[in-house]
Design a protein around this ligand. Structure first.
Ligand SMILES: Cc1cc2nc3c(=O)[nH]c(=O)nc-3n(C[C@H](O)[C@H](O)[C@H](O)COP(=O)(O)O)c2cc1C
Length: 168
């Protein structure tokens, strides 16, 4: 059995929905790949050492990955050093209108960690403004489209299939 680890943070539920879709996609390979989903705050180096590939899910906050995911990298960097080698990874980002800042930072950290990118990031933007949120907080809490869920699902499936086939 190969192991796919999904580490994510989500404040208002959008990244979480994308992660659920990715997990469903990975489930297509359940005969060969076990998938674990953990909030970044609950994940540590033990889970990283368990993993054969990792999917990171995060909202973009202030042009960065979420603080919780950054905290995961901060907490595990020294502990993982020398114990993981080019662990395959991919990124899933939920953002209001951008998302590239979060991806850039994760890719930069990945070079030194070291992690190896094996799929292009999925960035799901929703264009929900603070004014729209203020007018209808519940209505705009979760803003992920079906097309984005399909993309997230395909990303999860791609990672799991790559593991199952021994591509990475
Ligand atoms: C504190 C804060 C900062 C944010 N900064 C950005 C940003 O820099 N760029 C962007 O595109 N969206 C930004 N957003 C919007 C979120 O990325 C977006 O709503 C995302 O879907 C939230 O994901 P979540 O529901 O998983 O928490 C920000 C939201 C919050 C709460």
């Amino acid at each position: 059995m190969k192991h796919l680890l999904i580490i994510f943070h989500s404040q208002s539920g959008n990244t979480e929905r994308l992660v659920q879709a990715a997990c469903e996609g990975a489930g297509e390979e359940r005969a060969a790949v076990e998938t674990r989903v953990l909030r970044a705050a609950d994940a540590g180096v033990a889970e990283l050492l368990w993993a054969d590939a990792v999917l990171f899910g995060t909202p973009e906050n202030f042009g960065f990955m979420s603080g919780a995911l950054k905290d995961f990298f901060d907490r595990t960097y020294y502990l993982a050093r020398g114990r993981i080698r080019k662990l395959p990874y991919a990124v899933l980002v939920s953002a209001g209108n951008d998302g590239t800042g979060a991806v850039r930072q994760i890719e930069r950290i990945a070079r030194g960690y070291p992690l190896q990118k094996v799929a292009e990031p999925v960035i799901a933007t929703h264009g929900v403004t603070e004014e729209m949120r203020a007018a209808d907080p519940e209505g705009f809490r979760v803003a992920v489209t079906e097309a984005q869920l399909v993309q997230a699902r395909e990303l999860g499936q791609t990672l799991a299939a790559g593991l199952a086939c021994g591509i990475f």
